[in-house]
Design a protein around this ligand. Structure first.
Ligand SMILES: [Zn+2]
Length: 318
């Protein structure tokens, strides 16, 4: 048995043959006098104190299945030890940040920057990445011959990225049940959470409609025929302030929201109309990508000869 203090967690590994090497973290130790070695400092110069743990019961909270990936180093990347020591620091020296060029790739790996698994071993990206996860998806590391190798992180994850022919494997499993999972109250709380955090997505379920920009309503998640209004014209030397409207049918809305674009002619206002190409921005919604022109400009720059602002608001259909 091996006890280690890592971050905020007690980690206790129990070795039962290779494949059953399990790690229990957040474990309340079960022993009447288990001795734990707590070591601090770099490997070469660490100070250890031995703690006696005396507790009466143990509840394993999580199983972590370890794999040979932690040690598999087919590119022979050099491990330079503790990130805080001079040798370890050379990994990121001169602004090296894991880029794909010879000047930006990490120069070997260290205790913190531990990327040795060849990128080709996985297909697809990291799954289930959460905010506390600081792992980069893919980095460049110099091998001993000075070649840049594209590698992925080699530490423990909840899910490994997809391995061709194998699939997505899970490494970490909670043992303790989330005991309220499945109860009605739990589901209600989850639903309210979704409502709060994704209110735009669920706008069509609210009893009172939500207000969006310009007093318009957010378009409901189910795509329907939608009337859009351009922003006001801002070039007032040529024509008075005005807007135009366009009518999109639900198929056009679907095309736009799935990343395509639709070109339509607006209503006539102030004696003219425009031919506009409409696209969708995840946060800002509908906007005019082009107006009377095929010249591509910044997405939200003013558009058309009379300089309408590009963002388009849905017109409430009442
Ligand atoms: Zn106009």
């Amino acid at each position: 048995m091996l006890g280690k203090f890592r971050g905020a967690l007690w980690v206790l590994s129990v070795e039962v043959g290779y494949c059953k090497k399990l790690a229990f973290d957040k474990l309340i130790l079960f022993s009447t006098g288990l001795k734990l070695n707590v070591c601090k400092g770099p490997d070469r110069n660490k100070t250890c104190t031995q703690n006696d743990q005396k507790v009466s019961y143990a509840i394993p909270l999580e199983i972590i299945y370890l794999t040979p990936l932690n040690n598999w180093n087919p590119h022979n990347l050099t491990y330079k030890g503790d990130e805080r020591l001079d040798h370890g620091k050379t990994v990121t020296a001169d602004g090296r940040n894991g880029g794909k060029t010879k000047t930006k790739a990490y120069d070997g790996v260290n205790s913190k920057i531990y990327y040795i698994t060849p990128n080709r071993f996985f297909t697809g990206n990291e799954t289930n990445v959460d905010a506390a996860d600081t792992t980069k998806d893919l980095v460049g590391v110099l091998d001993p011959t000075g070649e840049v190798r594209q590698v992925r992180a080699s530490g423990v994850r909840i899910f490994l990225p997809d391995i061709p022919g194998v699939g997505i494997l899970r490494q970490r499993y909670p043992i303790m049940p989330i005991h309220v999972e499945g109860s009605t109250a739990w589901k209600e709380i989850q639903a309210v959470g979704d409502f709060l955090m994704e209110s735009k997505k669920h706008a069509n379920l609210f009893r009172d409609p939500l207000s969006g920009q310009d007093g318009g309503q957010y378009p409901p998640e189910v795509n329907t025929d939608t009337d859009l209004r351009t922003g006001s014209s801002t070039n007032l030397t040529k024509v008075g302030r005005h807007r135009h409207e366009v009518i999109l049918d639900k198929d056009e809305v679907t095309i736009i929201k799935s990343g395509g674009n639709v070109t339509v002619v607006t209503t006539e206002n102030s004696g003219h109309q425009h031919t506009v190409t409409i696209k969708w921005h995840k946060k800002k919604g509908f906007y005019m990508a082009l107006c009377d022109s095929t010249e591509i400009t910044r997405p939200f720059a003013v558009k058309c000869w009379d300089k309408h602002s590009a963002r388009m608001a849905a017109v409430p259909n009442e």
